[in-house]
Design a protein. Structure first.
Length: 255
């Protein structure tokens, strides 16, 4: 059985100033050692990536929160290309976050576009935290796994088995993001196991065994230990708590 190293991603979203990012970097730099079985990445806003690359401790990787679907650089105002992120020294990118799929003032990204972005990012040399997850009404209707499968299917079609080595699936129930509501460890484990089974059937058993599945949704120091103790929860994608010293309690919550 391959060992799955825990992956804890911090998603700073559209928060902070240069001054507050510098302050948080200082807190993280002084927060003590990171356990050997944990990999950590911080997804900063594009404008703070340079600062993070320069000042954040080197045992925390840098992530973007989005990239363009097209591999082409050129006359695409406002876009950031995956190859430009690689050129800068960025390691990871979050693709498919529910706040980009829908949720704020823009046309949302559908699963076909998300899959395209995942493939473009991987081809450029980035690693991808590939976010999926159901809304409250979908969980209540009992279609959680149907929704997750539909979100993963276009990516499963585009990605080769080798591509999956650089993908972590971030299962983030939308109703738990930023709400203070967390899936219970048992609830999250059940969905993570179903996701792994789906990957086994639709990609390969080897990829299913190796792929890391992060949980995201109001994860913090106080609940990380119980979530990370579940056999199919291989890390977390952390929003609010990644803006505080508590992020290190999540990191240290890994068994
Ligand atoms: C997220 O945005 O990925 C997230 C999980 O946010 P929060 O931890 O604040 O719920």
């Amino acid at each position: 059985m391959p060992e799955r190293k825990y992956l804890i991603g911090g998603n700073w979203k559209c928060n902070g100033t240069v001054a507050s990012a510098k302050e948080l970097i200082k807190v993280f730099n002084e927060a003590g050692t990171i356990p050997e079985n944990v990999e950590v990445a911080i997804a900063a806003p594009f404008i703070h990536i340079g600062l993070v690359l320069e000042e954040l401790r080197k045992d925390i990787a840098t992530s973007a929160q989005n990239c363009a679907a097209s591999p082409k650089t050129g006359a695409f105002t406002g876009e950031i290309c995956a190859s430009q992120l690689v050129d800068m020294g960025v390691t990871w990118v979050i693709i498919g976050h529910s706040e980009r799929r829908e949720g704020f003032d823009m046309a949302g990204e559908d699963s076909e576009l998300v899959a395209k972005k995942v493939k473009t990012a991987l081809d450029a040399g980035l690693k991808v935290m590939f976010a999926i997850g159901e809304k409250k009404e979908e969980r209540e209707a009992g279609i959680t796994m149907k929704v997750c499968a539909e979100q993963m299917a276009p990516a499963a079609k585009l990605l080769s088995e080798e591509d999956w080595a650089n993908v972590a699936i971030a299962y983030e129930p939308v109703w738990a993001i930023g709400t203070g509501l967390t899936a219970t460890p048992e609830m999250a484990q059940e969905t993570h196991k179903s996701i792994r089974d789906w990957v086994s059937e639709n990609v390969s058993p080897a990829v299913a065994e190796a792929v890391r599945i992060q949980y995201g949704g109001s994860m913090k120091g106080a609940n990380a230990k119980d979530l990370l103790a579940q056999p199919d929860i291989d890390g977390g994608l952390i929003g609010g708590a990644s803006l505080k010293a508590d992020f290190f309690n999540v990191i240290n919550g890994a068994p």
